[in-house]
Write a protein that binds this ligand. Structure first.
Ligand code: DGL
Length: 285
């Protein structure tokens, strides 16, 4: 692996920022390309064949354009379906994001656990197999949310969020039976940690919310190694790409800079020689 790897972090939208934040903490010296496939958002509404047909060639184009050393699929809806197809088609190592059912069930005291994801993720055979293999005797309630990912995107755009709508989306996660109550909810969509304060406020009782991002960052370090010893200088070469080619809003740029990223001007050719695939366009600042 190169001393200063390039890591491509991919999601249907901005949910993958919750993963990016942890990966940047783990490898602050790496260069980052964040790709939001917003032209196809939300993934939770697409059929399986359509998602595979979209993602395998799109990833080929992104890998050819950006030449990443590792790709993080920061999306449960994609990872639970497309990872084997991506690995078969492309040689670059992939780290996926899948529902954190094992840690959620391991940590639950009431043995009532819920998994909150997109409607597509909770239907996947992959998710059901995780429950069979790692449920550890817990009763696991699968809750597919139709609207939370879009609500999270709206919240990031500083649009008002309807607290009652959030409460309605998460209500089925809270199960009370035989004197026990759900005590752990796995956040199986990377958009949802963006709403954590709102999820807490809309909860009928307090639960542990499991965000898989720190575990994903650890997996990246397993594959790439840790950062070099000493003070890691950030390369000024990070990129942000919307597949719709819209430019990132100033608030988004500020959030990325808050993570420590330094976005490169899209208009200038990359000093790292890695330019955006022409079909997608670069949306740096
Ligand atoms: N952030 C994505 C996930 O983790 C999905 C949101 C969507 O596009 O439906 O599943």
């Amino acid at each position: 692996m190169p001393a200063r790897p390039v890591i491509l972090v991919f999601d249907s939208g901005l949910g993958g920022l919750t993963v990016l934040r942890e990966v940047v903490r783990a490898r602050p010296d790496a260069g980052y390309v964040y790709v939001a496939d917003d032209a196809f958002f939300p993934y939770g509404r697409h059929g399986e064949a359509a998602l595979i047909a979209r993602l395998v060639p799109l990833m080929g184009e992104l890998i050819a354009g950006w030449r990443p050393d590792l790709v993080v699929i920061a999306c449960n809806t994609a990872s639970t379906l497309v990872l084997p197809h991506l690995r078969a088609a492309h040689a670059v190592p992939f780290v996926g994001t899948v529902p954190a059912i094992k840690p959620a069930c391991a940590g639950s005291r009431s043995r009532l656990v819920s998994v909150l994801g997109t409607e597509a993720t909770v239907k996947r055979e992959y998710t059901r197999a995780l429950i069979r293999d790692f449920g550890q005797g817990c009763a696991v309630t699968l809750v597919g949310s139709a609207h939370l990912a879009a609500i999270a995107e709206a919240a990031l755009r500083d649009e008002p969020v309807d607290a009652a709508a959030v409460a309605a989306e998460i209500a089925p996660c809270f199960v009370a039976q035989d004197g026990r109550r759900t005590d752990t909810i796995a956040l199986a969509c990377t958009h949802y940690p963006l709403l954590l304060d709102r999820l807490r406020a809309a909860s009928p009782w307090s639960v542990d919310w499991i965000d898989p991002a720190p575990a994903i960052a650890r997996r990246v370090v397993d594959l790439l190694g840790g950062p070099p010893a000493g003070q890691a200088a950030r390369p000024a070469a990070d990129r942000f790409v919307f597949t719709s080619q819209r430019p990132p809003a100033p608030a988004l740029v500020a959030a990325l800079e808050g993570f420590g990223l330094r976005l490169q001007d899209a208009a200038r050719p990359g000093s790292d020689g890695r330019d955006a695939p022409a079909a997608l366009g670069a949306a740096g600042r």
